[in-house]
Write a protein that binds this ligand. Structure first.
Ligand code: GRF
Length: 230
């Protein structure tokens, strides 16, 4: 018994965030272990990754269930059988009922590819480009009954470039997803998060980082990023 928090990762597709979480959890010092991978689509690529790492995996095909409650009843039984304490949604494309969300309140987190509360829902990168935002990013948040609306744990921002396509922007954001999801899960697993109203307090917040200004103005005399205008 290592004392690490037993965590399930719920996926629907390729599972690169699952890979990032599993990579972090390979360190014995990491406070969570990935004990179960569940997909609601049997063909989800991430299941193969889970198996290859010796993680327990399961497909619960939502299409064979009469409704969300029946699907979630099977899911809940599986989570209990594996003594799961925490849940990470990672590209899990299935809405969960308020009952299931309530049951896991404070113990279930999600990663969203936008700086919430901007761009809830799907197709976030295309919409960000269409709106002309200069800064975009990703958010890890507690799951609430409303979609993409729970208390925000951590965010990472990236510049939007004039040359960006939705694809190139998605890649830049995805690298940040892989960076912050393991950090956020570690905070949760160590019990270092407290939900206060709609906000999340972190027990030992790090020093604030540099501001991100985008596009960063090119300054005369070769001064550029990281230099303050005179
Ligand atoms: C990620 O962009 C995540 O933010 C979103 O769905 C995508 C899943 O990617 N919710 P992956 O399956 O983790 O590669």
């Amino acid at each position: 018994m290592t004392g690490r928090r037993r965590t399930a990762v719920l996926i629907s597709g390729r599972g690169t965030n699952l890979q990032a979480l599993a990579a972090a959890a390979q360190s014995p010092a990491y406070p969570a272990e990935i004990a179960l991978v569940v997909a609601n689509r049997p063909e989800a690529e991430g299941l193969g990754f889970g198996k290859s790492k010796g993680i327990a995996t399961a497909a619960i095909d939502h299409k064979i269930y009469a409704g969300r409650e029946a699907f979630e009843a099977t899911l809940q039984k599986l989570l209990e059988a594996h003594r799961i304490e925490l849940i990470c949604l990672a590209g899990f494309m299935r809405l969960l009922t308020p009952g299931f969300v309530e049951r896991w309140a404070g113990r279930m987190i999600n990663i969203h590819p936008a700086l919430l509360p901007a761009f809830r829902g799907l197709d976030t990168h295309r919409r960000a480009l269409a709106e002309g935002v200069k800064i975009h990013g990703c958010t890890v948040h507690f799951v609430a009954p409303q979609m993409d609306a729970g208390p925000i744990i951590m965010q990472s921002a990236v510049p939007v470039l004039e040359t960006d396509s939705a694809h190139s922007l998605a890649e830049r954001v995805l690298r940040q997803e892989h960076a912050i999801y393991p950090l956020a899960l570690a905070l949760l697993a160590r019990g270092e998060l407290e939900i206060v109203g709609q906000a999340v307090r972190v027990a030992r917040p790090g020093e604030p980082d540099e501001p991100l200004i985008a596009p960063h103005p090119a300054l005369p005399g070769g001064a550029g990023k990281g230099r303050k205008p005179a």
